[in-house]
Structures are given as C-alpha cells and as structure tokens.
Ligand binder design. Structure first.
Ligand code: ZN
Ligand code: ZN
Ligand code: ZN
Ligand code: ZN
Length: 315
C-alpha cells in the first residue's frame, strides 16, 4: 500500500530502449554487435574490404548461424539435439519426429537400428541455439542442454487459455487473453474492487467441478479459481487460488488473501498470485493454494454455497 500506485505495472519491462546513452548496455541481446560508432559489424554476408578472417574459430558468430542450420530437423524445423541419431545414409531427424516416422523423411531409408552421431553431438555442444520462441521475440541463444528448460518458462511462450479444465486449447499472446475470455468464456462474471466475495454455488455437486470468476482492480484482471477434485475415492478436496492475467513479473507485484469465515471459524491463505502463464494446474498439483476438504467446506457453507472472501493488494 505504501508504494506508488501502478508504477511499472502496465507497460512492458522497457529493457530495449534505443537511447544511445553512455556505457555499454551489457545484457542478453545476443546477436547485436557491440558496435561503437565504427561500422564494424554489418552482419553476416556483407563483405567489407577487410580480408576475411580465415579461422572460423576467431569469430563465433556467422559460422555459428550456419552451423545451427545444419541441425534443423527436416520435418518440424526445430533443432536436432543430442542424443543425435541418423539414418543409414546419415540424415538427421529430431527425437520428437523420430518417434512419429518409420523411415527417414529425407531418403526413406530405415531408421533402425539406431545410429548415433557422436561427432555431431560434440559440435552441438559448441553451438548456441536460438530459443524456440525467437520468432515471437525471445533474444536468447542457449546451450542445447539449457534450451528445453528455458523454453518451459520462456516469457515469449504463448499463453494458454487460463480456464481450468483442459477443454479449451486456445493459445495466444497475453494481450489477446482478455479478448479470448470475452468471446469464448462468456459465462465468467467479473467483479470490481480489491475486496470481493467469490461465491461458489452448489459445492455438493458430485465429481470434479470448477468455479471461476474474474476480479478487476489496480487496472489488472485476476482469475479466481475454486476446483473440487476427488484424488482418493470418496475423499473430496477443494483448491482455491488467484491468478493474474499478466506475466510472472507483474504477478510478483501483488498479494492475495483467501478467507473462509463463518460459524465463529476462520481459515485463510495468503500468497503471491500466479501468472496465468504458469496456470492453475501446477498450483493445484503442488498444493500451492488454499486447500481444504469437504468437511471443512461444510463448516463454512450456507445452503450448499460457499463464499470465499478475496482480497488483493499491491506490495
Ligand atoms: Zn523434428
Ligand atoms: Zn536418410
Ligand atoms: Zn525463450
Ligand atoms: Zn479458452
């Protein structure tokens, strides 16, 4: 509450300012040549009058781009990463595609028995591969062992539909999420304010059920989710959490409290909202949310409806 309101919440993280200020802008913007006023780095392909360095080792950049192209899978155009297996004629296919094809996509030769290409694996270890979401804007170049873990949490990864229950397969940019919800999930109601009551009706309904609503405050939209599961037969559990329709970084600027209150009892949970980029599923799997069982729900419910007080604050 003591911080200046809304500072830096709405905008992007302004990392890529183009101001030619003093000092080297050290950082992640991988490919851009750290050029001063001189016209040294014109990019690969442009031939300067300087004699080309003959040793490709000297200048890791342009040769690296050519090298990465050698690792392109002919089927999915993603990269073939170790363990690297080839067909009998030496063509490569990525491990994901290899599971789906019975013969080499390039020459139709048999793919089994597996022939491993250790030399290419060694070369792969020297190459910096672009993130899968480079076309969306991710600037990172990564060692092949870091590529998959990074892509799992890459900020440029498309956002999945935040609605619980995996029936909707929509993906898109963060900016498009609200529009998608308005079009495809019209039944979600929205309440304004930092302090609201999330009323889940008919909590006795059998089976797995999700209750979802939206809360708008601080110029942001939050998704409130209550999910009922029966992990062990006959033992129902409820999971409640708040997600920000925003990035992980934005979510860190908020805190939320869920509180069940009634019959002179109180149960509350406080946490940082998750970003919808991470989704509700991982929160529930890790019990990183308000968790209670059917008996507790009973204690607080009135006529089969459960009211959860939701308070969102900035921190
Ligand atoms: Zn492939
Ligand atoms: Zn082949
Ligand atoms: Zn990335
Ligand atoms: Zn959806």
């Amino acid at each position: 509450m003591s911080r200046p309101p809304l500072a830096g919440v709405a905008g992007k993280s302004g990392k890529r300012t183009a101001s030619p200020g003093p000092g080297p802008s050290a950082g992640v913007s991988g490919l851009s040549a750290p050029g001063g006023p001189s016209t040294s780095g014109l990019g690969p392909g442009s031939i300067s009058q300087r004699p080309q360095p003959t040793s490709p080792r000297q200048h890791g950049r342009a040769p690296s781009a050519e090298l990465t192209a050698l690792f392109e899978c002919p089927v999915c155009f993603d990269y073939v990463l170790p363990p690297i297996l080839q067909c009998q004629a030496g063509h490569l296919v990525c491990n994901g595609c290899r599971q789906k094809v019975s013969c080499c996509p390039t020459c139709r030769a048999a793919l089994s028995p597996s022939i491993r290409n250790l030399a290419m694996e060694k070369v792969a270890s020297t190459v910096a591969f672009p993130c899968k979401f480079a076309p969306a804007g991710c600037p990172l170049l990564l060692h092949h062992s870091e590529k998959l873990p990074h892509e799992e949490s890459c900020e440029w990864r498309p956002y999945p539909c935040p609605c619980p229950g995996a029936s909707c397969k929509w993906q898109g940019t963060l900016e498009a999420v609200m529009n998608h919800l308005a079009l495809a999930h019209k039944s979600i109601t929205t309440l304004q304010g930092e302090d609201i009551v999330f009323l889940a009706t008919d909590i006795e309904l059998p089976g797995a059920v999700d209750w979802v609503m939206m809360q708008s405050c601080y110029g942001q939209h939050f998704l409130l989710v209550l999910e009922k599961q029966e992990r062990i037969e006959g033992h129902q559990q409820f999971f409640a959490a708040v997600l920000l329709i925003g990035s992980r970084k934005q979510a860190e600027g908020f805190a939320y409290r869920l509180e069940l209150n009634g019959n002179r009892r109180r149960l509350s949970w406080e946490a940082v909202p998750r970003s919808i980029h991470d989704g509700i599923t991982s929160a529930i799997l890790n019990s990183d949310c308000l968790v209670f069982d059917a008996a507790v729900a009973h204690l607080f419910a009135e006529a089969g409806n459960l009211g959860i007080n939701v308070t969102i604050s900035m921190c």
